[in-house]
Design a protein around this ligand. Structure first.
Ligand SMILES: NC(=O)c1ccc[n+]([C@@H]2O[C@H](COP(=O)([O-])OP(=O)(O)OC[C@H]3O[C@@H](n4cnc5c(N)ncnc54)[C@H](O)[C@@H]3O)[C@@H](O)[C@H]2O)c1
Length: 291
């Protein structure tokens, strides 16, 4: 099957990034969210991000104009009926994703592929909630999508080889590099990254170092571009906690237990950059460590 027309469900930070790279690669994109306002907000973000790429001479004005012209608003699932591939990038909530698939499947062509951008939910379980587990796949883009080169691809137990190879060719055509993961909790990137961040929070919790010392240690001692606590604030502490819970419950191993200090920050609503406070306080001119 040739993949020409792409549907994207969810126009948040990941959905708008995916729409951006897919349209720039020359595909027609139908973008759906709960309301037209959200899709318009996503288009404004895409416009701003494409303009920055024009400013940096990475793409031409013409590329930007034609990419924007390829993205249309999909009001409902019927507007996705012509799509060859639909990428679901709605909130990380299994019930919501299942509801979306229940509405989507009857509208789609039988051969259309469904991909999910979930960071942690079982691909096999999500696939089983659709009418096409063999045409279902995990396609895990990284944030921010226009910048990050990797896409993790995850087969469910029933995913057919032909689905996998079509999806892999599509991802390669976006200029991204594929890393193949098996369908286990948090796949590869988050399975490795989040326990490191959780360990950094334990290091803080046990008083081995303060926020600044821990981040400096990992930036200068391990050549990480961002310290683990700074990175946790960037990802969102609620997201970090939810991935640790998925690992802890999914693998039933105490080594993944979320640090009580991470739980406390989330309970306080100190979720990192998005709430202006986390391991750093972002309300002033420069971030100030909160411990
Ligand atoms: N944020 C990250 O760093 C990151 C990285 C990789 C993968 N992901 C995954 O990508 C997905 C989206 O995450 P995000 O960070 O973009 O979240 P987000 O909150 O920025 O966006 C989610 C969007 O989904 C929309 N939505 C909710 N219910 C919907 C429905 N029924 N139909 C259509 N749209 C609906 C919301 O209105 C919102 O615009 C999640 O599965 C998440 O785990 C996130």
């Amino acid at each position: 099957m040739t993949i020409d027309k792409i549907g994207i469900i969810g126009a948040g930070q990941m959905g708008n990034g995916i729409a951006h790279v897919v349209a720039l690669a020359g595909y027609d994109v139908a973008l759906n969210d709960l309301s037209k306002d959200r899709v318009e907000a996503a288009l404004a973000t895409i416009n701003g991000n494409l303009s920055r790429q024009v400013g940096a001479q990475k793409i031409s004005e013409e590329d930007m104009k034609s990419a924007l012209a390829r993205i249309t608003y999909a009001e409902d699932m019927d507007a996705l009926s012509e799509c060859d591939l639909v990428i679901e990038a709605a909130v990380e909530d299994e019930d919501i994703k299942r509801k979306i698939f229940a509405e989507l499947c009857p509208a789609l062509k039988p051969e259309a592929v469904i991909a999910t951008n979930t960071s942690s939910i079982s691909i096999t379980r999500l696939a089983a909630s659709t009418d096409r587990p063999e045409r279902f796949i995990g396609m895990h883009f990284m944030n921010p999508v226009p910048v990050m080169e990797l896409v993790e691809m995850i087969r469910g137990i029933a995913t057919e080889d032909v689905t996998f190879s079509e999806a892999r060719e599509f991802v390669k055509s976006l200029g991204k590099t594929v890393a193949v993961a098996e369908d286990f909790p948090a796949f590869m990137v988050n399975r490795i990254l989040l326990p490191m961040i959780n360990e950094a929070v334990y290091t803080l919790y046990e008083g081995v170092g303060n926020v600044e010392a821990i981040d400096t240690a990992m930036k200068l001692g391990a050549r990480h571009p961002m310290g683990p606590l700074e990175l946790a604030d960037f990802i969102g502490l609620d997201t970090c906690l939810s991935v640790m819970q998925v690992l802890y419950e999914g693998l039933a191993d105490s080594k993944y237990r979320p640090c009580p200090l991470l739980v406390k920050y989330v309970e306080a609503g100190w979720l990192g950059r998005k709430t202006s406070r986390g391991f750093y306080d972002y309300r002033g001119d420069a971030p100030i460590p909160t411990r």
